[in-house]
Design a protein around this ligand. Structure first.
Ligand SMILES: [Zn+2]
Length: 330
């Protein structure tokens, strides 16, 4: 579907930063801006997005009447039918309207989806997924999330959360508590926020190995980050390597669950933890998923769109390339 000559806006709302781009009708990103996601006042976010769109249109030499659509991928949970961020994880924001303020400001269709849904739409229309009807995008970042196509249709579910793969249970004993408050979830073990918890757990189980680790001697274990663990593992630290291996095992269980329930022909992986540590996060998956998957193993690759995958999806939605099964409420 073509919207005719004009420009569209793509928005990615993250816990720390919000990014806004202007793209042409082919989806080429022409200009971009990034600002700290405003906290507190619930109307500050939609107004700062609107301001960014107006500034970017001016910079590319377009007037507001050239804007043809707006796509937004956001942290959630969302109410996609009302176009509202219900509650943003790690942000003091609740019931933030996105769709209504932007539609009344610019008079164009505005689409709000979960950031991982935006990412898989980006992969499908502008990335590695063009030739795939069965496609999963997985982000391994501060959290773990996914977006899913089955038989050419993007999955949403009753509330738009059909793909909360990071909260699949991978440990029946529930040794670690997830950011959501429940036990045993994949995200609690091998996401950016999970890996320090996994390291502390292994430090109790392997005290001798931990004592000899750089992570015990030079880093305050209460302030440990996933970056510390991966850097120590790359430098050959035996304890850090054990943590990374264990994290890879949990990732393999999670990805095998994805393969077993969605049967994709392609899985692309993104997110800062995966993209910064491809050889320690993505490569082991190809080997270890075989231990848990029953369905034929699909191609597994890092996303070619990098950190922009969700922005490309927002642009694709704004261009009308994907028809989402969302019934809008008034
Ligand atoms: Zn969880």
């Amino acid at each position: 579907m073509c919207v005719g000559a004009g420009w569209v806006a793509g928005v990615d709302i993250g816990a720390t930063y919000t990014r806004v781009v202007i793209a042409d009708e082919k989806g080429m990103i022409l200009d971009r801006v990034k600002f700290e996601t405003p906290r507190g006042d619930r109307m500050a976010l939609p107004s700062s997005i609107a301001r960014a769109i107006r500034e970017l249109l001016k910079k590319v030499g377009a007037s507001e009447k050239n804007l043809k659509g707006i796509g937004v991928g956001s942290i959630g949970p969302l109410d996609v039918k009302r176009g509202v961020i219900v509650k943003a994880a790690n942000l003091p924001l609740e019931n933030v309207p996105i769709v209504e303020p932007l539609e009344s400001e610019f008079g164009v269709n505005t689409y709000l989806v979960n950031d991982c849904v935006a990412a898989v739409v980006g992969e499908k229309h502008m990335g590695a997924g063009r030739d795939h009807d069965n496609l999963v995008y997985i982000t391994i970042s501060t959290g773990i999330g996914g977006g899913v196509y089955v038989d050419g249709r993007v999955l949403l579910g009753k509330d738009g959360n059909a793909h909360e793969i990071g909260h699949m249970v991978v440990d029946a004993e529930g040794k670690l508590v997830c950011g959501c408050g429940k036990r045993g979830h994949w995200e609690a073990y091998s996401s950016g926020s999970g890996i320090p918890k996994l390291a502390r757990l292994l430090a109790q189980e392997k005290p001798e190995l931990f004592k000899r680790s750089v992570l015990a001697s030079s880093i305050d274990p209460t302030k440990l980050t996933s970056k510390d663990v991966y850097e120590a593992a790359k430098a050959g630290d035996a304890f850090a390597k054990a943590v990374v291996e264990e994290a890879a095992r949990y990732n393999a269980m999670g990805v095998a669950n994805v393969i077993n329930v969605y049967d994709p022909s392609l899985i692309t992986v993104g997110g800062s933890v995966a993209l910064n540590n491809v050889e320690l996060v993505v490569d082991p998956l190809k080997r270890m998923v075989q231990d848990y998957a029953i369905n034929r193993i699909p191609e597994i690759a890092t996303t070619p769109l990098g950190e922009d995958v969700g922005l490309y999806g927002a642009v694709a939605l704004a261009l009308g390339l994907e028809q989402l099964p969302i019934k809008r409420l008034g």
